[in-house]
Write a protein that binds this ligand. Structure first.
Ligand code: PMP
Length: 392
């Protein structure tokens, strides 16, 4: 039967059992899975084109509409992490040569710029130092100057710890004939967001943060204005896999019979449905309050340790991911490694413009508790005693 000798032997490493350490994940995500979500992920697979799967997908769409506070019909989950949702927004909303404006106050804006440049858009950036947000006046100036078709803003800037206000930005964009796209990957479920009331045209989020689901899925919704721009494009989007028209059909968001597009990550969708059910059980308001209270408690305890919060204005601090200045004389990597190895806790360093400047601590979903805060504070106290400190 075999026509050639095998040149690669079965790897010895795979003969050993899978080992995964059990850690408390207090970075900016992924967060730990909640126990109901783990259980949901142990079901047998079913076919992606069966009615039972369509029903689960429809439940997920309802759950996303609740989490986003929207009635948009074009609402679905994407097979791919938050970056997929970012790329879907860029690829589908923007045609080559069109003007786009991006709020760049951290890494997420930087990445949108990169994605939009790749498709040949005219990209304009509103760059801010890490740790600041955009006022309505600043955005109005940018819209007047660049006349973009789309404006990108990040609600929860997880690389810098900033919470971007959202009231009034949608109306402002619409007065300038522009669509508002908002990234809520790090904030959904942890900070209030009202897609329809705030006039957001495209909102997306991820599965692995407050939702405590496995990474690898993103959630997205499009307003009627955004849908109309996509359905009236002059050119096809450059990607087949990420073509919203095709995805809209497969997810039952147009009025045509569903047609196979790609094989969706079925087990991860079971888990996501459970996460959304948990959020619906708890209620958005309760979830927002839980994150606010846990994070404020964390902030007080960090300050008691003599540490400095990176975001100065209290109301601009993200209630899910906290950035704290790397304590003077310490190397951030020694601290994160010490917590991982000695205390079984994950926290991480900065990213993009905040690299080397901060430590990032996330309290996401089931991890947003006083007990998590007490554990990480104890571990940090220990790290500050044991990690090397330069005398500078
Ligand atoms: N946007 C924000 C605000 C994020 O925090 C992240 C993930 N840290 C992303 C986008 C990208 O998501 P993913 O890593 O799931 O692709």
């Amino acid at each position: 039967m075999a026509s050639h000798p095998l040149i690669v032997a079965p790897p010895a490493s795979l003969r050993k059992p899978l080992r995964v350490p059990n850690k408390l994940l207090l970075g900016p995500g992924p967060a730990n899975l909640s126990s109901r979500v783990i259980l949901a992920g142990t079901h047998q697979v079913i076919g992606p084109l069966q009615d039972e799967m369509y029903k689960i997908m429809d439940d997920i769409k309802d759950g996303i509409r609740y989490a986003f506070q929207t009635q948009n019909t074009l609402t679905l989950a994407l097979s791919g992490s938050g970056h997929t949702a970012m790329e879907v927004s860029v690829l589908n909303l923007v045609e080559p040569g069109e003007s786009v404006l991006v709020g760049v106050n951290g890494i997420w804006g930087e990445r949108i710029v990169d994605m939009a440049e790749r498709i040949g858009a005219k990209v304009h950036q509103m760059v801010k130092v890490p740790g600041e947000y955009y006022t309505l006046q600043e955005v109005e100036k940018g819209l007047t100057q660049h006349k973009p078709v789309v404006f990108f803003l990040t609600h929860g800037e997880s690389s810098t710890g900033i919470l971007q206000p959202l009231d009034g930005y949608g109306d402002l964009c619409h007065r300038h004939d522009c669509l508002l796209v908002v990234d809520s990957v790090a904030s959904l479920g942890g900070a209030p967001i009202y897609m329809d009331k705030q006039g957001i045209d495209v909102l997306y989020s991820g599965s692995q943060k407050v939702l405590n689901s496995p990474p690898g899925i993103s959630l997205i919704s499009f307003s009627e204005k955004a849908r109309s721009k996509i359905f009236n494009r002059k050119t096809k989007p450059l990607s087949f896999v990420l073509d919203m028209k095709l995805l809209a059909n497969y997810w039952g968001c147009d009025n045509n019979p569903r047609v196979y597009h790609h094989t969706i990550p079925i087990i991860s969708l079971f888990a996501l449905r459970e996460s959304l059910a948990l959020l619906a059980d708890e209620g958005l308001e309760k979830s927002w309050k839980k994150h606010q209270e846990a994070t404020e408690y964390l902030h007080r305890e960090l300050q008691k340790l003599g540490l400095q919060l990176f975001v100065k204005e209290p109301k601009a601090r993200l209630p899910t991911v906290t950035t704290v200045a790397v304590p003077q004389g310490y190397n951030w990597k020694n601290i994160t490694t010490y917590l991982w190895k000695k205390h079984d806790i994950e926290i991480v360093g900065g990213l993009g413009p905040s690299a080397g400047l901060v430590l990032r601590i996330g309290l996401l979903g089931c991890n947003a508790t006083k007990a998590s805060v007490d554990r990480v504070i104890l571990a940090l106290k220990d790290a500050l005693r044991h990690c090397p400190k330069s005398k500078l």
